[in-house]
Design a protein around this ligand. Structure first.
Ligand SMILES: *Cc1c(COP(=O)(O)O)cnc(C)c1O
Length: 371
């Protein structure tokens, strides 16, 4: 089965081989601890920062939960900036930790409008922190986190950015973007096995979290992961195999022009779909990592997915308001690596055939920009 979904993505042989290295005792093996810290630094470097990154053992939802647990306190005013399903999800997290969230809702088919947000903040900026999503994976929209975080920073509002499906496939300069807390995952563009969350904190945000003594969590408490010198110990046994895999995935990423490759696949995918007469869900701010298009009314996504599965390809449908009416193509991470490029094109060729089988009339070849 060829995995071409919008995450989890496929994992390269190199990364799988690294995963199968002999395991160690991650608590007692001093060399492991040194290695672990170096992987965290390697990741920070890819985000162009010297700020602290740390690895949490747990799938990326743990990072979203952890950011809310570690930054939000009871009755804190939190701005939830949203134009999609993951964005809105932060509202519930904020409530769970006793905070007082306010929604700033953008158009679901557009990126967050920075002028509207600027106008809103002029009269309403008494927020401790704001949450936002870099790439809304269900809709395929990538928000301008540089503009948004810089604006939040002007008001001293701590920014919490979910970039689980954006990180490294979209351009990020952590310092220049003025991000305070960036949440990444390993199972999307990074294409390591699922199971780890990557957190990067600005100095300001890190110091604030370290100053807190009342974080109501153990597993989600960022304080337990921030190394404070030589005597650092993990809050629980690390899964070193996953970290070996992550390290190799980061090595692979540094060897290619990763962001531009994503941009190019995304553009060719979009152009092919548009020329064929299909309608993209986003009207602007298209993501580099995932493309979402709408199906004609008489076709549902589960039929397309089943037929693609019969042909050996896993692609994604969507969910929430897009459930059953959209298809997503995950041109991210290892799905579009050199060794899988041909499979990616094959997937588009098969998708063309499946859509036509379902009586979707296509005006052109959706894969035409790839051949
Ligand atoms: C994938 C993803 C997550 C993590 O969610 P899972 O469904 O557990 O993989 C969080 N945020 C975004 C934007 C994502 O794309």
């Amino acid at each position: 089965m060829k995995i071409m979904s919008a995450g989890p993505t496929s994992v390269s042989k190199r990364v799988i081989n690294a995963y199968h290295k002999p395991i160690t005792n991650s608590d007692l093996d001093k060399n492991y601890v040194i290695f672990h810290r170096e992987v965290e630094k390697k990741y920070s470097k890819l985000l162009k920062t010297n700020c602290t990154s740390f690895i949490m053992l747990g799938e990326a939802m743990l990072g979203l939960d952890g950011a809310c647990a570690s930054i939000m306190e009871k009755d804190d005013k939190v701005l939830v900036i949203t134009n999609g399903i993951f964005g809105k999800g932060f509202f519930d997290f904020a409530k769970m930790y006793g905070a007082n969230p306010t929604l700033f809702e953008g158009d679901l088919r557009e990126g967050i409008n920075i002028n509207d947000l600027r106008e809103f903040l002029k009269d309403n900026h008494d927020f401790k922190c704001a949450t936002l999503v870099h790439c809304e994976t269900p809709s395929g929209i990538s928000n301008d986190i540089k503009a948004i975080c810089n604006l939040l920073n002007e008001y001293g509002i701590i920014s919490i950015v979910d970039s689980v499906s954006g990180v490294l496939g979209e351009y990020i300069d952590f310092d220049d973007f003025k991000i305070d807390c960036l949440i990444g995952g390993t199972q999307k563009c990074i294409s390591a096995p699922p199971g780890l969350t990557l957190i990067t904190l600005s100095e300001k945000c890190k110091n604030y979290i370290l100053s807190r003594n009342d974080i109501p969590s153990f597993y989600s408490n960022f304080k337990n992961y921030i190394a404070k010198g030589e005597d650092f110990s993990f809050p629980y046994t690390m899964n070193d195999s996953l970290v070996y895999a992550l390290d190799e995935a980061l090595n692979e990423i540094s060897e290619s022009d990763f962001v531009n490759k994503h941009k190019s696949f995304a553009e060719k995918t979009r152009k092919g779909l548009i020329d064929s007469g299909l309608e993209l869900y986003p009207r602007s701010y298209h993501a580099n990592t995932v493309t979402t298009f709408l199906l004609p009314k008489n076709v549902d996504s589960s039929t397309i997915l089943d037929k693609m599965m019969d042909r050996g390809f896993i692609i994604s449908a969507s969910f929430g308001h897009l459930s059953n009416i959209a298809i997503r193509i995950g041109h991210m991470g290892n799905n579009i690596s050199k060794e899988n490029e041909k499979d990616f094109i094959d997937m588009l060729i098969n998708l063309q055939a499946v859509l036509e089988e379902c009586n979707v009339s296509l005006k052109d070849k959706i894969y035409k920009y790839f051949i």
